[in-house]
Design a protein around this ligand. Structure first.
Ligand code: 13P
Length: 248
């Protein structure tokens, strides 16, 4: 059995004061349990996470990473810098970055590689738009997005990624894929992993993201190939985030 993983994606939300309250609430709720959970926060708050979360069961990470190691890339943040802040995870290829920053499948793959090379776990996001779903292109689109990553990674590096299926039409809209719809895509993603490596197919966690809330988390995470969640809005309230972690 793969352990469930719940990751909060704060997106561009937070302030020092709000983060302090939110993180304290989550840590208190987790107690000494063995939850497999993390928050991915805006880069300026990574030090705050390192200060507050070191020694707790809550891990932390970033929401993007440069595909370059260092140099003249104004505004970018290198994977080695995220390691400096003791990040465990970094989200790559979120649909908001693909849509607003023109990130291509190949760039996302390069970012995943940069993260792995630095010892981070990339959370590789894939997902179709509503138009793509209506055109029955979902499996083609997410398959292509995942394949670009698999093509770039050598050997057992594939075993060290996390995949997140986030249908674009379900993000921040309150519309969730039904458990059956999500499971179908997750199974498809897992078989693509299996074509590459049986071990990777067994090991890699495939998270669901897109309006996951306390009231739908249990049913989604009961599906055979849904190994946890990547949570946006509901990760900004300690009680909701904890309820989702408990559902896992
Ligand atoms: P919501 O949970 O707000 O729909 O966001 C999902 C998401 O994009 C997580 O990365």
């Amino acid at each position: 059995m793969r352990p469930k993983l719940v990751v909060g994606n704060w997106k561009m939300n937070g302030s020092r004061a709000n983060n302090a309250t939110l993180l304290a609430g989550i840590v208190e709720g987790l107690g000494n349990g063995k939850a497999n959970a993390a928050v991915c926060v805006p880069a300026p708050y990574l030090q705050q996470c390192a200060d507050v979360l070191a020694g707790t069961t809550l891990a932390w990470g970033a929401q993007d990473v440069s595909l370059h190691a260092s140099g003249a890339y104004t505004g970018d943040v290198a994977a080695s810098m995220l390691v400096d802040f003791a990040c465990r995870y970094v989200i790559v290829g979120h649909s908001e970055r693909r849509a607003y920053h023109g990130e291509t499948d190949h760039m996302v793959a390069q970012k995943a590689l940069a993260a792995l090379d630095a010892g981070l776990t990339p959370i590789v996001c894939v997902g179709e738009t509503l138009a793509e779903r209506e055109a029955e292109q979902t499996n083609v689109v997410v398959g292509k997005q995942l394949s670009a990553v698999l093509e770039l990674l050598d050997g057992d590096a594939v075993e060290r990624i996390v995949v997140a299926y986030e249908p674009v039409w379900a993000i921040g809209t309150g519309k969730t894929a039904t458990p059956a719809m999500a499971q179908e895509v997750h199974a498809q993603l897992r078989s693509r992993l299996r074509e590459r490596s049986g071990l990777a197919a067994e090991k890699v966690a495939i998270l669901y993201g897109g309006s996951m809330k306390p009231d739908n988390a249990v049913e989604l995470m009961q599906q055979a190939d849904i190994d946890g969640g990547l949570i946006g809005g509901a990760a900004l309230k300690a009680a909701d985030f904890l309820a989702i972690i408990n559902a896992a």
